[in-house]
Unconditional design. Structure first.
Length: 378
């Protein structure tokens, strides 16, 4: 019997064992084969399903270089995700998991939606009015608070979502926001009367896209203004009342147009009163010479009652100025002195078209204190 050497037996055993074992493990590859849907809006928010192989937990997804959200690995061949915002155009889809990366070039396309263009808001009626009965529109006295309101319509945006910006030439202050506010007239403007422009700007902001399809906020603006005539009515009426009575007291002034310069005849009742006053002044100039130095014109007391009546002779007026007067004069036909004292009432009206106060009529309520045979005529 022939015996093989021990080394040969060991070598043969090694060869035999090698022929019975498995081959080395080959590395797996992550692949991306399809995307569904394969297009969506540039605004993002498209839910996509990615199909491939060798996906694993913790995978990340980018579409066009932008990270997707809500990434969920359903299994080794399926991932769902939501696209982010990106400019229009083809986009590579890339999946990374377990240190491996797979991609699908141009697998998704971003499509830009049509840009939205809204019509601007429309400001209809814009009004400004005080709260006193029968007070003229677009009128305010110093430091008075008036109501200001606008009627605004917009085809796409509810009124509650619009922005309202009120301004007033840096004069006065607004109270409140929205289409209905209040405005406080200035306390001490540089000059009265003064016209103040109240301006409303209505802003509509809405979502649209730019040239690349990315979201932008656009805005429309509408603007409208209204004029408010601001007055120091008591001072204005008082000044006109005193000017008239002081001119009347100076018998040297005979020109009726000068004396009656602050009276209006734009209103029929005032035209009649002005004519009657002119006749009385003319008669007074013919029959009396007023002692200017000995006569006095006091401080007017002004009250308001728009479209109301003044108490002396119940005459029409928006305001009444009651002025204490004391006149001493010489009656020309006899040379006799005469003394009369009482209250002169100046009725005043506001003329919206002119934005100013004017005197309407003058009525005297007084008694003759000397030489009662004659009544002092104004």
């Amino acid at each position: 019997m022939v015996r093989l050497p021990s080394l040969l037996l060991l070598a043969a055993a090694a060869i035999g064992l090698g022929s019975c074992g498995s081959s080395p493990t080959q590395p797996t590859t992550l692949t991306v084969s399809s995307i569904a849907p394969n297009s969506g809006t540039t605004l993002g928010g498209t839910s996509i399903t990615i199909t491939g192989s060798n996906f694993s937990a913790g995978a990340t997804v980018t579409v066009g270089g932008v990270s997707a959200t809500s990434v969920t690995v359903s299994g080794p061949t399926t991932i769902t995700a939501v696209t982010a915002q990106r400019a229009a155009g083809p986009a590579d889809v890339v999946v990374t998991a377990g240190g491996k990366t797979g991609s699908l070039a141009g697998g998704f396309s971003y499509v830009s939606p049509a840009a939205t263009t809204n019509a601007p808001p429309v400001i209809g009626l814009l009004s400004a009015r005080g709260t006193r009965p029968n007070q003229p529109v677009q009128f305010a006295d110093l430091d008075e608070v008036i109501d200001v309101s606008a009627v605004v319509a917009d085809a796409e945006t509810p009124g509650t979502e619009l922005t309202y910006e009120w301004s007033s030439n840096a004069i006065g202050t607004f109270i409140g926001t929205g289409p209905v506010v209040r405005w406080r007239a200035p306390l001490t403007p540089p000059l009265v009367p003064i016209n103040v422009s109240l301006t409303l700007i209505v802003i509509e902001r809405y979502a649209s896209v730019d040239g690349g399809g990315l979201p932008v906020t656009r805005e429309n603006r509408a603007e409208k203004n209204i004029q408010v005539s601001v007055h120091d009515s008591k001072s204005e009426i008082s000044a006109m009342a005193r000017d008239f009575l002081l001119d009347f007291t100076d018998s040297r002034i005979t020109d009726l147009a000068t004396i009656l310069r602050n009276f209006t005849d734009d209103i029929p009742a005032c035209a009649s009163a002005k004519l009657a006053e002119g006749n009385e002044i003319d008669s007074n100039r013919q029959n009396y010479t007023i002692d200017l130095a000995a006569s006095t014109v006091g401080t007017p007391v002004v009250t308001f009652n728009f479209q109301g009546l003044c108490p002396v002779h119940t005459v029409y007026g928006d305001a009444c100025a009651l002025v204490p007067v004391d006149w001493r004069s010489i009656r020309k036909p006899t040379g006799q002195p005469e003394h009369v004292r009482g209250t002169d009432q100046l009725s005043a009206v506001y003329l919206p078209a002119q934005g100013r106060w004017r005197l309407c009529g003058s009525d005297f309520d007084g008694v003759t204190l000397a030489n009662g045979n004659h009544r002092f005529i104004r």
